[in-house]
Ligand binder design. Structure first.
Ligand code: AMP
Length: 362
């Protein structure tokens, strides 16, 4: 019998699939705990590569690259949910532990499977129907009411791969516009606010959740997160309970983000589940003893989870596109905590960095 490699000792190498800003902040957290990081990314000069000990530059499904990564690493995780779930399964097959599992990733990658999973756990989501043709959209509108939101089942994020449909005559155009791929049609959620909860599950089954975050989007992209969100005690309790159920039922290890719609009654509907650290949890970097990135590294390394209670109220704003050009002003602003992602090219709407400002709790 081989003994468990967990808890990983400082000096071990942690593999991350994906080279974006989430990988960069995970790599910084890992380095702080004495780990080395190896990134697998198809992108040369990626933001995460520039703070990691090693990069394997290759497509995610390159067999030689996966073998190389498996040999270097004591555990492999991912920062990007469109990594094929088979890649995570293949790494596991090569004998390297992976966390979260390919099951969690596959569940989150398909909106129909994801919503069905939540319903099976008794967790409310918006009503939806699976769509394989324009005629399905017409039937779906009759069932769900108009307007309804058409979303591709796979690879949608930040409002991409979505289109509102108000009348049956728009069905054909909308189906064509989103690429005639498998989709779902969702009833319009009558939400008063968008919230999210970031939670972690450790190897030993311990679950720890950060308090609810209130999120505002601009053009489908997260703009502002405020935490802890002001909400009824019953809403906080419901969010923690659904996060716990989700992570337990998936046998999850690591940090996950769950996006929620709050109804006027305070009841919650799950919008979606991200099997990774989440943009709406960036405020934890500056307002918590152990932030979501360190928490994820702790979880996948088999370390104990850290505390999740904030010591300040936080207001995190994303710097999208040219907003990052204000870096010098932000750097000079007392109390503004600036995080820049080192992206080489500023593109409109692209997440280039974020800034967090703290205030008193209460
Ligand atoms: P998503 O890509 O599913 O996170 O959706 C992006 C944004 O679209 C959400 O943050 C909401 O603002 C909005 N949205 C998504 N689904 C619905 C829905 N069923 N009803 C109303 N708004 C929605």
């Amino acid at each position: 019998m081989t003994s468990s490699p967990f808890p990983l000792k400082p000096g071990a190498t942690i593999g991350i699939l994906g080279g974006g800003q989430l990988g960069r902040m995970l790599a910084l957290a890992a380095a702080r705990l004495g780990f080395d990081v190896a990134i697998l990314t198809p992108e040369a000069d990626a933001p995460a590569s520039r703070v990691a000990a090693h990069t394997v530059l290759a497509p995610y499904n390159d067999p030689a690259a996966l073998k190389d990564l498996a040999q270097r690493c004591a555990v492999v995780t991912f920062e990007f949910e469109n990594v094929p779930a088979e890649v995570v399964a293949a790494l596991h097959g090569l004998g390297v532990p992976t966390a979260p599992s390919d099951l969690a990733l596959a569940t989150a990658q398909d909106r129909a499977i994801e919503k069905t999973f939540f319903r099976d756990q008794g967790i409310a989501t918006v009503d939806f129907v699976a769509i394989d043709s324009a005629d399905d959209i017409i039937a779906g509108l009759a069932r769900l009411g108009a307007p309804a939101l058409l979303k591709t089942r796979r690879e949608g994020y930040d409002g991409k791969g979505q289109s509102w449909v108000s009348t049956p005559d728009e069905a054909h155009d909308a189906f064509d516009r989103l690429g005639r791929v498998p989709m779902i049609l969702e009833a319009r959620a009558p939400f008063v606010r968008e919230l999210s909860i970031i939670a972690a599950r450790a190897h030993d089954g311990t679950v720890a959740a950060y308090p609810l975050t209130e999120n505002t989007h601009k053009g489908g992209v997260l703009h502002l997160s405020v935490a802890p969100a002001q909400a009824m005690a019953s809403t906080h309790a419901a969010a923690s309970a659904l996060a716990r159920t989700t992570l337990e039922r998936l046998g999850y290890v690591g940090v996950a983000g769950i996006e929620l719609f709050e109804l006027e009654t305070g009841d919650l509907l799950v919008n979606e589940f991200a099997p990774r650290v989440h943009n709406s949890g960036h405020w934890t970097l500056d307002a918590c003893e152990v932030d979501q990135f360190e928490q994820h590294i702790r979880a996948i390394a088999g370390w104990p989870l850290g505390p999740t209670e904030p010591f300040a109220k936080a207001r995190m704003e994303n710097l999208l596109g040219a907003e990052v050009d204000d870096w010098a002003t932000l750097a000079a602003e007392p109390g503004a905590r600036l995080w820049l992602y080192g992206k080489r090219e500023t593109v409109a709407g692209r997440k280039m960095g974020h800034v967090t400002r703290l205030g008193p709790l209460g």
